[in-house]
Design a protein. Structure first.
Length: 98
């Protein structure tokens, strides 16, 4: 089974609630944790075989969430995960304020 969802505030064309101005990798992690909990409650889901798949920022969020819950996540598929987000943000802030 595959469950695809849209992070709250994920984009201006998002089907979910929320604003892009209110989202972060931490709000996305909370969204993903809610999806994981929901999936574990479904009778037809093998909760011992949950895998995460994410692309770019979704890949970074999947990695953070998977690392925080190794007992719940069996594996991950990360497509060009944006692990450099924090470094890029720090560089941008330093360049802007210096």
């Amino acid at each position: 089974m595959v469950y695809c969802f849209d992070f709250c505030g994920g984009s201006p064309s998002s089907r979910s609630d929320g604003s892009t101005l209110e989202m972060s990798i931490f709000t996305e992690q909370a969204d993903l944790e809610a999806v994981i909990s929901m999936m574990q409650e479904l009778e037809y889901v093998d909760s011992n075989n949950l895998f995460l798949m994410g692309t770019s920022q979704g890949g970074a969020v999947s990695a953070i969430t998977g690392a925080a819950h190794p007992d719940k996540i069996r594996g991950m598929v990360l497509l060009y995960p944006a692990f450099v987000l924090a470094d890029q943000a720090n560089e941008w802030i330093c360049a802007r304020w210096n």
